[in-house]
Design a protein around this ligand. Structure first.
Ligand SMILES: Nc1ncnc2c1ncn2[C@@H]1O[C@H](COP(=O)(O)OP(=O)(O)OP(=O)(O)O)[C@@H](O)[C@H]1O
Ligand SMILES: [Mg+2]
Length: 488
C-alpha cells in the first residue's frame, strides 16, 4: 500500500469518525437541552408525562380542578379564565378550556396552534390526567381534567406547557451543522493531504526517479529543493552525492584519457629512436657501413639514440616515482644563492658554447636559507636553464636570474630573452609530455617531461612554480621555496 493511499485512508477515517462523533454529541446535546427525545426510547416523554407541570403550575391546576368539580359554570367566565391564564403565563404555561368539541378559551400564545385535533378525547373518569402531545413539530406537556358543565355538556381544562421551543430550530440546524463540519473536515483533510503530498510524496518521487537515472548511468540531471525540512535536506544531500559521483566519474574519465595519452606519448617517444637504431643496425648488417669511418658514424648514432632512450626512461621513472610519492626527499639546509651559482657554474661550458650571458639580479637581500633536497633542486634548476638554452635561438642570448623574498618565501626567477610561449600553450607547459610544438620532433626539444618533473619537485618542497611569457618577449619561470632561516 503506498504512503499516498495510506494518507488518504487515514484522512478519510478521521473525517468519518469525527462526523459520527460530532453527530452523536450534537444529538445528545440537543436532547439534553430541549428534552426532545423522539428517538431515544421515550425516557423524557415518560418524565414529562409524570411531571408535566411545575409546583406553581400544579397549584393553579388544582384550583381550576376544584372549580371544575364544584362550580364548573364559572369556567365559562372569560375574565376569570384570563386571570388564571395571566398567572399561568407568569410561569410560562398556558390555559385551554374545551366545551364539547369546541375551544372555549385558548391562551393567546397558543393561538397559532391547531389544538382541536391534537387534544386527547374525553375521559370523564380522569384516569390519565398528565401526559404529553405533539402538535405538528411542537411538543407539549399538559395536565387536564375532564368534567361536566351540565349533564349533557362535557368540558375539559388543560394547563399546557411547551417543552421544546428550540427543538425545531435544532432539528433544522443540526443537518446544516453536520454538513458544515463534514465540509470543514473534508477541506482540512484535503489541504493536509495536498500539503503532505507536496512536501513529502513529491520529493520522494523525485528521489526515486533520480535513483533510477543514476542506476541507468545518467548523472547529469539536477535535483532542487527550496524547503529546509528533513525531506528538503535529504533531497539536497542526495543531489550533493550525485554531484560528487558525477565529479568522480569525470575525474575517472580524465585519468583514463590521461593514461591513453601517456601510453601513446611513451610509445611515440620510444619508437622514434628505436626505428633509427634499427635502421643503423641494418645498415651495418647489410654492409652499407663498409668503411671504418661509416661504421664509426653508425655506431655513434646508435649510441646517441640509445642514450636518449636511456635518458627518457630515466625521466619517466623519476616522474612516475614523484607522481606516486615514492621518491624520497632528503632535505637539508642550504643557502640558496651559492647553490644556484654552483649549478650555473656546472653549465658554464654549455652557456659559453651558445654564447649565453648569465646575469644576476641584485635584490639586496639574497642570502636565503631553505630546506631542500640538493640533488632534486639542482634537477629543477638544470631543467629550467636547459630549456632556456634549448629554446633561445637568436643572438643575443641572455639569461637573468633573480631572487626576492615575499611572505616568508624565497622567489627564484629565471628569465630568458628567447621566443616566448604562446598564451594558449602557457597553461599547459607543466603538464607531462606537453610540448608547444605538437609534432614532437626531436629537433625542437625533448620529451616534455622537464617542467612536469620540476613542478613535482617544487611541490614536494611545499612551494609553487609558474611561468610568465609572451611571444617574442622571452619567458620567465619562477618558483618559490619556504625560507628556513634568515641569517642576516
Ligand atoms: N624557456 C622557454 N622558452 C620557450 N618555450 C619554453 C621554455 N621553457 C619551456 N618551453 C615550452 O614548454 C614546453 C615544455 O617544456 P619541458 O621542459 O617540460 O619539455 P621539453 O623541454 O620539451 O622536454 P624535456 O625537458 O623533457 O627534454 C616545451 O616543449 C616548450 O614548448
Ligand atoms: Mg625541457
Amino acid at each position: 500500500m503506498s504512503i499516498r493511499f495510506r494518507l488518504l485512508l487515514s484522512f478519510m477515517s478521521v473525517v468519518i469518525v469525527s462526523v459520527i462523533v460530532f453527530a452523536l454529541a450534537a444529538y445528545s446535546l440537543s436532547v439534553a437541552v430541549t428534552g426532545d427525545f423522539r428517538s431515544i426510547s421515550g425516557f423524557y416523554k415518560v418524565h414529562y408525562a409524570v411531571h408535566p407541570l411545575s409546583d406553581e403550575e400544579d397549584s393553579l391546576f388544582i384550583d381550576l380542578k376544584y372549580l371544575a368539580k364544584h362550580d364548573p359554570m364559572r369556567l365559562k367566565e372569560t375574565l376569570l379564565l384570563e386571570d388564571y391564564d395571566q398567572q399561568l403565563k407568569m410561569v410560562q404555561a398556558g390555559l385551554v378550556v374545551r366545551d364539547d368539541e369546541r375551544i372555549l378559551y385558548q391562551t393567546p400564545t397558543l393561538h397559532d396552534v391547531d389544538l382541536i385535533g391534537a387534544l386527547p378525547a374525553y375521559d370523564l373518569n380522569n384516569r390519565s390526567i398528565r401526559n404529553t402531545m405533539n402538535v405538528g413539530n411542537r411538543f407539549f406537556s399538559y395536565a387536564k381534567f375532564d368534567f361536566y358543565f351540565s349533564p349533557e355538556e362535557q368540558g375539559s381544562i388543560f394547563v399546557i406547557r411547551e417543552r421544546s421551543p428550540f427543538a425545531e430550530v435544532i432539528r433544522t440546524l443540526l443537518p446544516i451543522l453536520i454538513g458544515m463540519l463534514a465540509a470543514i473536515l473534508l477541506l482540512t483533510g484535503w489541504l493536509l493531504y495536498r500539503y503532505v503530498t507536496r512536501k513529502i510524496i513529491k520529493p520522494l518521487d523525485a528521489l526515486r526517479r533520480s535513483a533510477e537515472h543514476i542506476t541507468e548511468g545518467d548523472l547529469t540531471f539536477q535535483l532542487h529543493s527550496s524547503s529546509r525540512d528533513e525531506v528538503g535536506q535529504l533531497v539536497l544531500t542526495f543531489d550533493q552525492m550525485r554531484r560528487q559521483l558525477y565529479d568522480s566519474v569525470q575525474l575517472q574519465l580524465h585519468y583514463e584519457e590521461n593514461r591513453k595519452q601517456l601510453l601513446s606519448n611513451i610509445s611515440h617517444d620510444l619508437r622514434t629512436p628505436i626505428t633509427t637504431i634499427k635502421g643503423y643496425a641494418e645498415g651495418i648488417r647489410d654492409g652499407v657501413a663498409n668503411t671504418p669511418e661509416k661504421l664509426d658514424k653508425y655506431v655513434g648514432a646508435i649510441h646517441t639514440r640509445a642514450s636518449d632512450m636511456e635518458q627518457l626512461v630515466d625521466e619517466l621513472l623519476l616522474y612516475s616515482k614523484l607522481d606516486l610519492n615514492k621518491e624520497p626527499f632528503s632535505f637539508e639546509q642550504l643557502m640558496l644563492l651559492p647553490f644556484l651559482k654552483s649549478v650555473v657554474e656546472e653549465l658554464a661550458i654549455d652557456f659559453d658554447n651558445e654564447r649565453v650571458v648569465v646575469s644576476w639580479l641584485a635584490t639586496g637581500k639574497d642570502e636565503f636559507f631553505v630546506l631542500a633536497d640538493r640533488e632534486k633542486l639542482k634537477r629543477v634548476v638544470v631543467n629550467l636553464l636547459s630549456n632556456c638554452l634549448k629554446y633561445m635561438v637568436s643572438q643575443p642570448k641572455r639569461i637573468t636570474i633573480g631572487m626576492e623574498e615575499k611572505d616568508g618565501f624565497a622567489i627564484v626567477q629565471i628569465k630568458d630573452n628567447g621566443p616566448g610561449i604562446h598564451p594558449d600553450a602557457l597553461p599547459h607547459i607543466f603538464e607531462r609530455f606537453y610540448r608547444e610544438e605538437p609534432s614532437r620532433s626531436k629537433a625542437a626539444g625533448g620529451s616534455g617531461l622537464g617542467l612536469a618533473i620540476a613542478k613535482q619537485i617544487i611541490e614536494g618542497h611545499g612551494g609553487e612554480i609558474g611561468a610568465e611569457s609572451l611571444p617574442q618577449q622571452g619567458t620567465t619561470i619562477y618558483f618559490t621555496l619556504k625560507i628556513f632561516e634568515d641569517r642576516r
